[in-house]
Every structure is written in C-alpha cells, then in structure tokens.
Design a protein around this ligand. Sequence first.
Ligand code: FES
Ligand code: FES
Length: 157
Amino acid sequence: MSQVALNVNGIQQKIDSPTDTPLLWVLRDELNLTGTKFGCGASLCGACTVLIDGVASRSCQRPVSSLSGQPIQTIEGLDGKEANAIRAAWRELNVVQCGWCQSGQIVAATALLTKSPAPSDLQIDQAMSGNLCRCGTYSRIKKAIHMAAQTLKSLGQ
Ligand code: FES
Ligand code: FES
C-alpha cells in the first residue's frame, strides 16, 4: 500500500493506490473527482489537465509518488478571480459542445490568465496548443479567454 499523501483542492488525502498509479486514475477512481477526463492517456490531448503547483499539467502521466507535498487543483477546486472570469466567459459564449475536453481547457485557460492577464492571440495559441478539442471549439475558446481578460481588466487587474 502507498504511503503517498496528496494535497488535492486544499485537502490532504491519504492515497491507497500503488505509488506508480498516474494521478488521473487516483483523482477519478479513488477520490471520485471525475471532472478531470481521460482522453488519450499519453500526454497528447490535454483532457486530463490539472494544476500542479499552479502549473497546467497532464495528470495521466504523473505517478502519484512524484506529487507528495505539491498542491493539486482539479476543475472541482478551481477558484479565484481568473477561474471565475473564465467560467463566466465560457457560459456567456456557449463554448462547450460535447464537453469532454472542457475541464482541461478551463484549467489551462485559468493557468494562462493567472500568468498573463491580457494574453495575445499568439500567447493563447501557445498556451492552449496542447489541449485538443475534437468538436472544434477553438475559436470560441479564444474569444472566451479574451472576454475573461477584459473582465479581469475591468476589475483592475
Ligand atoms: S488523457 Fe492526458 S493528455 Fe490525454
Ligand atoms: S467540446 Fe467536444 S471535445 Fe471539446
């Protein structure tokens, strides 16, 4: 049995899964945090994106043994002004289609705005390029990130 303890969404969790289990499986199967999705399982699609120490990271390729003591945020625990602005813009522009990729998209967009509150198109393309959407919502995602940036600006960011 693993002795790993994870800090997930501000809560310390003792993990029973083997230490080489990827974080995604622990989140979904052990902690019942199913907002983070499985897409490819090979670090290629971004569906499993979470924040690790504030950095957008693929959870399908990170063994839990490498994450002890590092704060992890999933879509369920994403908070703060950037996340709120992103969520509001996503709703306003009806970004979501099937939804499968969207928690990863929202986590990655929140990480981008936290680092760059007024990103250019190029910065958005670079930050979001690893998050694939088979429904092709890319143009709405870009518009929503710009809208969220405007919201942050109006809040005095
Ligand atoms: S499921 Fe992790 S990158 Fe695709
Ligand atoms: S909304 Fe369907 S995969 Fe992105």
